[in-house]
Design a protein around this ligand. Sequence first.
Ligand SMILES: [Zn+2]
Length: 491
Amino acid sequence: MTDKVPSPTHPIAAINTAVDTAVDTAVKLFNTAKRALDELKPIEAGVIKLYCCGPTVYNYQHVGNLRTYIFEDLLARTLRYAGYRVQHVMNITDVGHLVSDADQGEDKMLVASRREQKSSQEIADYYTKIFFDHCAQLNIQRPDVVCKATEHIPEMIALIEQLFEKGMAYESGGNIYFEVAKFTQYGDLARLDLENLQAGARIDVDEKKRGALDFALWFTKSKFENQELQWDSPWGRGYPGWHIECSAMSMKYLGEQFDIHCGGIDHIPVHHTNEIAQSQCATGKPLSNVWMHGGFLLSDKEKMSKSSGVFLTLDRIIEKGFEPLTYRLFCLGSNYRNELVFSWEGLESAERNLKKFRANVISWKNSPQTSSAAGNEGLEHLRQEFRDALFNDLGLAKAMASVHALIGAEQLSDSEKLALFLEFDLVLGLGAVNWVEEVVTLPSVVQELVGARQTARAEKRWADADKLRAQVLELGFTVEDSPAGPIVKPK
Ligand SMILES: [Zn+2]
């Protein structure tokens, strides 16, 4: 993975190694459970235990899914920047996720298996690899623990047995269900209107269920032939419901209670609601203190989803000539809870910013080490602005304004700007520490204009020279004169 950190000799390297010291930074995060900002109070001092719902590996992740993983990466990086040690756990769903998030339809893995004439295992391996390749291209750091549902069946069975002991689970028609009516806090996260929901759900109710909102913990009666993914259980050979895997795996790796649980906003009404019900009824404790949700990526005012047919992958963006990090920067241009509208124009704008950042960083790297009169004070002001913005619910809009202010900060020396940009990039994750001078091949028309300008200057036709410089600028390049000749750079 591309875990970019500055070299140990760099002055800001100290920040990365200072993670075990006491944390005195207040971080506020929007807690969906309270619909309000919550000051983060870690269960264990100095450590944040973070669980994020991972992909169902039956197809490519679209860029809307990837936006959620960029948000979660930004969160983990921000918490580390604040001084916390982060234990980041993410699951891989390779069984149990039916075509509907409720218990309708066939297992997504089996649908893919038939579509591609491969085994479920081959499908899972293939799409898991693609997912992590895309994450690497987007500089998304790999979570500390990545756990697969199919490798945690005994943990799921143990949790279902606990729910039986507490009287919260029942067997009906060969399947095991969670009895929603017995959990009075059901639906609190999503503020569900249970009466209306129950009335609505009755139309399509599975007659094996006691209540319309009850959900499956374990299936032994598959409605589908050739169910390939099956395990023995106390209730017969079968396979788990989708939600139980996240409860079982999050508690296995992070304990019965942890600090932050994340996912896409679409997880609130069913998946996270059911995770809370199962976990809390089994242990008697709330599963996570803070619940955070990333907003949708829209395309033409439509939510991007595989089922709607609006389905854009990172590969498509790369085919169009963009580098993958352009998409990361595009996402960083909007606060994580907002809906973000995807557009190619938006991506082009992000590309211009990425080029600008890179050109500046490279020129700063080539400058001699100096300090300015504004010195520490100027740096400290910008650093504080950036930190305040991020530690207030990952306020990206303000944080990015600090980045742009840094680039334009004339009172600071190049080496000071470089040091602070690399510090900011610990969180932004653009890989600036690796940016080096590229040999830029100028378009021939630009080369000709620059040559004509040199001739005009030599002949002291200053007005012509200025016109030619303006033309070069129109084409997206700047010209600076140096004793060694003109320096032409992308704008
Ligand atoms: Zn989950």
